[in-house]
Design a protein around this ligand. Structure first.
Ligand code: SF4
Ligand code: SF4
Length: 565
């Protein structure tokens, strides 16, 4: 059955510049002196390092364990020695650094034991785990872990599998060359993805400016039931995931929703190739195809080990003297690299050398004239000039109301803007600010919750302490009333509350205290000699006489006085 095509709105037709890098076959890049393998190379968590400095590793050995289910493993790209695990800058628009495993290759390329799997005999769950542990992520640039994209949505299955060979961004040709040269392996990978997703139909979308890739893929799928190669019109951004799904199936995936909810999912041809290698060859993802093009002497496509320094690759193609910057990705959606000693990651599909002649600097930014060209070019059906005003005024609420998060940052609006407004920069600024505000809000919500919980815990501890004290007092009272020593263990707070008050407690206490005082006095008297005990007998007789006289006086004092006559 021939697939009918649907249209997506907007888009532009920039010069493709594909010929420059498609004149030669894919070349394997030489082993570098050092490999710097970032542990974080996909959406989701950062894998935990599994190796230490000084440790020997084999090619394909796991060096980073996926953190939870929302990440993929990281592997040694070659055999050698781990020199260190340290923070290094990543080739990412943020310019941030992250933990990397630095490996010194031994030059032997000794693999781990590679265990191929018969995918037809494996369950979808087991294959998803295998993909996660083999480090398979989307090689179209988004690097989303593939095993997560293969989970069935609400419908329980993914009926339509879309394979993205459109490669619409100018200058980039890594997918084109891969399809021309390794179509059979890509189709094997597609069969595995289809098996996991239980997909009925597979549509491979390729822009019609790649006739050789279309022919190769058609030949490779000639005997495959339910797989169709569909040439799509060359118009940027036909290779955007949502745009390609729309063109091939007519299904619109709204922002914040995912393909499986609509029974469809999209994978890049490079991803399908790496799935075949992981499952049928037992080789985890340790290399990818990178286009090196632009202002260079020998543009081309290279199979590159992940972690290879970009400087080493540039030496292969000879940048021209007037090169003034390097872009990772294409001219529409790529970003300028801050340095070139950064490593190749799984997201690196293209390194583009730029020069003022090849990419003239954009003209002076002028005021928006509300011409509407940006709105007509927007494939996400947004109103870019409105988004520009709201982003510029930091009116983030309004920008959100106008669906700024639906913007795929394709750059079509900026490409057509006659006022040279760097529209995408404004959207990125607004989105980053909103995400930062959201993070701050989440952090302050978390701090408030922590504060409230601490108050609750303090109150609870004080209440429990008061109850224990009350129980102890009640036990002491009971013991005093019964003439027993108070029990060491406190009765339950409930029992303490039920203990009746003892009316004669004060008398009992007083009696106990008086008895204790008397015992102390008697003890004291028993040990201390009286000061008359050691006197001479005549002195003692004198004292006895004095005491007798005093006694007589006391007796007389007790006698009532006689009445006067
Ligand atoms: S294309 Fe540029 S000038 Fe025209 S409306 Fe959009 S932002 Fe304004
Ligand atoms: S960058 Fe965003 S606003 Fe501009 S055309 Fe693309 S999707 Fe539309």
């Amino acid at each position: 059955m021939l697939a009918s095509l649907f249209k997506f709105r907007g888009g532009v037709k920039p010069a493709s510049h594909k010929d420059e890098s498609t004149r030669a076959p894919i070349v394997r890049a030489p082993l570098p002196a050092r490999l710097v393998v970032p542990l974080r190379q996909s959406a989701g968590g950062t894998p935990l390092p599994l190796v230490k400095a000084g440790q020997k590793v084999l090619k394909g050995e796991r060096i980073g364990a996926p953190e939870g289910s929302f990440s993929a493993a990281i592997h040694a790209p070659t055999s050698g020695t781990v020199l260190s695990i340290e923070h290094r800058m990543l080739p990412h628009p943020s310019g941030l650094s992250a933990p990397c495993v630095v490996i010194e290759p031994d030059g032997e390329e000794r693999w781990i034991e590679r265990v191929p799997a018969n995918y037809a005999a494996e369950s979808p769950d087991a294959l998803r785990d295998l993909l996660r542990d083999s480090g398979i992520v989307g090689l179209g640039g988004a690097t989303f872990p593939s095993h997560l994209k293969l989970k069935p949505g609400a419908s329980g299955r993914i009926g339509n599998l879309i394979v993205n060979g459109a490669e619409c961004e100018p200058w980039i040709t890594c997918d084109d060359l891969l399809m021309r040269e390794r179509a059979g392996d890509i189709v094997r990978g597609i069969a595995i993805l289809r098996h996991i997703a239980s997909a009925e139909r597979v549509l491979i979308g390729i822009e019609d400016n790649k006739p050789q890739a279309i022919a190769a893929m058609r030949a490779a799928t000639a005997r495959s039931e339910g797989i169709e190669v569909v040439p799509v019109p060359t118009r940027y951004p036909a290779g955007g995931e949502k745009q390609l799904i729309r063109v091939l199936t007519g299904i619109e995936i709204p922002y914040g929703r995912i393909g499986p909810e609509f029974g469809v999912q999209c994978f890049n041809v490079g991803t399908a190739w790496s799935v075949h290698r992981a499952v049928e060859l037992g080789e985890p993802l340790v290399s990818r195809i990178v286009t090196l093009t632009g202002n260079v002497e020998r543009p081309g496509n290279f199979e590159v080990l992940i972690g290879t320094p970009i400087d080493d690759l540039l030496a292969l193609v000879g940048p021209k003297g007037d090169t003034d910057r390097y872009v990772m990705g294409g001219p529409m959606m790529g970003f300028t690299l801050p340095r070139t000693d950064l490593p190749v990651t799984k997201a690196a599909n293209c390194i583009l050398a730029a020069s003022p002649a090849l990419f003239p600097p954009p003209g002076q930014e002028m005021p928006c004239i509300r011409c509407g060209a940006c709105t007509r070019a927007c494939p996400a059906e947004l109103q870019p000039h409105e988004l520009y005003w709201f982003s510029r005024a930091k009116n983030f609420g309004k920008a959100q109301e106008y669906h700024i998060f639906d913007c795929i940052e394709c750059g079509c609006c900026a490409y057509v803007c006659p006022s040279n407004i760097r529209l995408v920069d404004y959207y990125r600024f607004a989105k980053t600010s909103m995400r930062a505000l959201e993070r701050e809000k989440n952090a302050s919500d978390a701090a408030r919750l922590r504060f409230e919980f601490r108050n609750f815990r303090t109150e609870r501890e004080q209440k429990e302490k008061a109850e224990r004290l009350a129980a102890k007092t009640a036990a002491a009272r009971q013991a005093i009333a019964g003439g027993e020593k108070p029990a060491a263990a406190a009765p339950s707070p409930a029992a303490a509350e039920q203990t009746p008050a003892l009316p004669h407690l004060d008398e009992a206490k007083k009696a106990l205290i008086a008895a204790a005082v008397e015992r102390a006095r008697a003890q004291k008297e028993g040990v201390q000699p009286k000061n008359t005990d050691n006197l001479a007998p005549e002195k003692q007789a004198e004292i006895r006489e004095i005491e007798a006289r005093r006694a007589k006086v006391r007796e007389i004092a007790k006698t009532p006085p006689e009445e006067p006559v």
